[in-house]
Design a protein around this ligand. Sequence first.
Ligand SMILES: Nc1nc2c(ncn2[C@@H]2O[C@H](COP(=O)(O)OP(=O)(O)O)[C@@H](O)[C@H]2O)c(=O)[nH]1
Ligand SMILES: [Mg+2]
Length: 363
Amino acid sequence: MEKLLQYGYIPTADTQSYQVARITAVHRERFEIVCEKGFTYARLKSSVYFVNNERNDDITGTAEYPTVGDFVLIQYNESGDSTIVRTLERKSYFARKDPSSKLHKSENSDSFQAVAANFDYVFILSSLNHDLNIGRLERYLTLSWQSQAIPVIILTKADVAEEYEDLVKEVEKIAGYAAVYTISSKTGVGLEELNEYLKPRKTIVFLGSSGVGKSSLVNALAGEEVMKVNNIREDDSKGRHTTTHRQLIKLENGVMIIDTPGMRELGMWDVTEGIGEAFSDIDQYMGKCKFNNCSHQNEPGCAIKEAMENGELSLERWESYNKLKKEARYSDNKVDYSIMDKKAGKQFSKWNKQQKKAGKNRN
Ligand SMILES: Nc1nc2c(ncn2[C@@H]2O[C@H](COP(=O)(O)OP(=O)(O)O)[C@@H](O)[C@H]2O)c(=O)[nH]1
Ligand SMILES: [Mg+2]
């Protein structure tokens, strides 16, 4: 079990006679995995996988396709692809609506896919250069809290940004419980302070729009080029979208990193939970109004109105909160994994097709 422990596995499940593996990348129909025997490939067989995962009704988020970061049980095959038997319980995950789902438009029947799993921290990267967007950060924070991992805000490219103190203050105001760091991958400024997150057996997901410097930071932390850097046109700060691939890599010091192409690119844009944590400054006023059914419009004794009047709460912040809250109401109760479980067999073939298509686009 030594190798899997290094990959962050905590032995809890009854693994029976199977081997444990961690998924390091997802290809068309094949998974790159690491197991005790080293790096190898694995596949799903619906006759095996969906039978074995039916027992997982009680475990949120596991009765579906494995994704990068997942711990799985495999039948190890020495001479070919191993077979994935079952996905183990996730301690954290990001999910998106299944883009291949035809049921998208109807309110309660969306199916979901996990896009990354079992991470400890989410590094939310945003460039101090010119694309810093508070609303987007608030959304990233909410999605991160929802994932069950701890968000950390990292403001990049400090070497080229001018006069960014006010910007940092603005970010700190909306960061809530999340820590905020200012760094430059180019000069190395601020990187040392990230050391407390870069521990063996921990997994970090990198999030942020294309071009903010995710791959550059991975390389700076690794001390070598492990990720391809996009050369962007600095005039409009739009990166080329080359990272379409999610991959888990382990650095020399034992920390693991999942680089992503960004949440919008991943189609992960819906908030459901996590708003309370992301907006802890607003949450504290809830239940403090004179009327407990206060709509925070014109009622007397409204704690929100008071906070805005005395400058504790800004209108922008209140509007962001309401915007995400409204979306969350629409997507409430949609992540019903027990339903997914029953549909799993049907989804498997659909998913296979989708992976093939994605693979074609990628190549
Ligand atoms: N000046 C400066 N440029 C950076 C920094 N980090 C990344 N870049 C540049 O920003 C562009 C996009 O970087 P990349 O790491 O590929 O971004 P990703 O798309 O988020 O992975 C590249 O041209 C990098 O050289 C930094 O700290 N300072
Ligand atoms: Mg990149």
